[in-house]
Design a protein around this ligand. Structure first.
Ligand SMILES: *[C@@H]1O[C@H](CO)[C@@H](O)[C@H](O)[C@H]1NC(C)=O
Ligand SMILES: *[C@@H]1O[C@H](CO)[C@@H](O)[C@H](O)[C@H]1NC(C)=O
Ligand SMILES: *[C@@H]1O[C@H](CO)[C@@H](O)[C@H](O)[C@H]1NC(C)=O
Ligand SMILES: *[C@@H]1O[C@H](CO)[C@@H](O)[C@H](O)[C@H]1NC(C)=O
Length: 361
């Protein structure tokens, strides 16, 4: 019977090793979510598949264009996964403008001065001009920026930008989802003083940032919480933060002000039925974190559909466009309205989608 004893001790050692691996070396410190956020299919709007009728811009030239901006001449800019800042001129020609030699570029905006500001999730907030690239901010008060995500300029020249997680970088952002703690923050850069401060802290994956038309408030998206917060910059509520919209049918990614004062927010499916189950148990979270490849499987939904919502200043959804089966676009991360068209960026496409808005309304 010695073999049985050997066998059981082997099994015991195996179980112990696994337990140590799973708990002691777990990369995450998770919290439980009792009521996981809804799936895209929980949208209160009927499926319309409007995003299946986009015109594809720059197909094969751009790669995973997470965000888009347009300058005062109508030139469109995007940051491609291969490190290029590309621009699309009004005459339809694409230009490989600047190569930033980075695979971690996300949000992009253009200042009133004409400088392009790019979020390099690893390196920080960058300023790109014809003359070259400057790192504006790579740390705040001694803490390194780990996942710089989106930026918007205020009329006084300040840059509000998000650091989605102080704990996990872009390669490990799904661990942040699993942990589900408010590891993110919104920062404010003052270019005349060359100073950065933490403007809002404890945000759950701080992602898109937008200013209202009159700049009386700003919005910041908390992707894993399926909500956007409103922080008042002016008026009697100045300094107060409140929920602007919650229970969104997807995780809000980038958000952009529309010409009429409403907002376009891209919604990504960052959950699944399995993920809802995982969220209910710390043990499951530690287990999944030990086998990170399984994490990709429980949130693969982002790669299967796309959705964008137009939200009014009252925080109510006005309309939704989707591609419910991901036939043409999936993982749409950005929707920018310009001259009666919606320009759509995505982390899973090799083109920018262009959708005429008039015929859809
Ligand atoms: C398009 O416009 C850009 C910028 O003005 C210019 O550099 C480029 O040569 C033009 N391309 C064509 C094909 O006209
Ligand atoms: C910088 O960090 C220190 C220590 O964590 C803290 O006491 C201080 O208030 C911080 N300063 C700012 C401007 O955030
Ligand atoms: C801005 O401040 C950072 C440190 O916070 C410094 O590295 C950088 O050189 C400064 N830039 C300018 C233009 O002074
Ligand atoms: C917010 O985060 C800071 C550290 O960034 C922490 O000290 C503080 O307790 C947090 N506040 C809440 C309400 O969780």
């Amino acid at each position: 019977m010695a073999w049985l004893a050997t066998c059981s001790s082997l099994v015991l050692v195996g179980v112990l090793a696994l337990a140590v691996q799973v708990f002691y070396f777990s990369p995450i410190d998770p919290i439980i979510i009792e009521r996981p956020p809804p799936l895209l299919s929980a949208s209160p709007f009927p499926i319309n598949n409007h995003l299946q009728s986009v015109i594809k811009l720059g197909e094969g030239i751009v790669k995973d264009p997470e965000d888009i901006c347009v300058d005062k001449h109508g030139t469109l800019y995007t940051a491609s996964r291969d490190g290029w800042i590309l621009r699309l001129h009004r005459n339809g020609s694409w230009e490989h403008w600047k190569n930033l030699h980075s695979h971690t570029l996300l949000g992009i905006t253009i200042t009133t001065q004409g400088d392009v500001i790019v979020c390099d999730s690893d390196k920080g907030l960058l300023k790109v001009t014809d003359d070259g690239v400057t790192v504006l901010v790579s740390q705040v008060n001694g803490s390194k920026l780990r996942l710089v995500d989106e930026v918007v300029e205020a009329s006084d020249g300040s840059l509000y930008f998000s650091d989605a997680s102080t704990k996990y970088d872009l390669q490990n952002f799904l661990l942040d989802l699993l942990e589900a703690r408010p590891n993110g923050r919104l920062l404010k850069y003052n270019p005349s003083l060359n100073e950065t401060c933490v403007f809002l802290d404890n945000l759950t994956f701080a992602n898109g940032v937008a200013l209202s038309k009159d700049e009386d408030y700003l919005l910041v998206c908390e992707t894993w919480r399926h909500r956007c917060l409103r922080h008042w910059l002016k008026g009697e509520k100045k300094g107060k933060t409140e929920t602007f919209i919650d229970n969104l049918p997807g995780g809000p990614d980038n958000i952009h002000l529309a010409p009429d004062g409403s907002f376009w927010v891209a919604l990504v499916q960052a959950t699944s039925e399995e993920m809802g189950f995982v969220h209910s148990s710390k043990l499951l979270k530690h287990l999944v974190a030990s086998f990170p490849r399984s994490l990709g499987n429980v949130v693969r939904g982002a790669h299967k559909k796309a959705m964008v919502a137009n939200v009014g200043t009252d925080g109510k959804i006005i309309r939704i466009f989707d591609d419910s089966e991901g036939k043409v676009m999936t993982f749409v991360t950005s929707a920018l309205e310009f001259e009666d068209h919606l320009y759509l960026g995505s982390l899973n496409s090799n083109f920018i989608g262009k959708l005429p808005l008039r015929s859809e309304t």
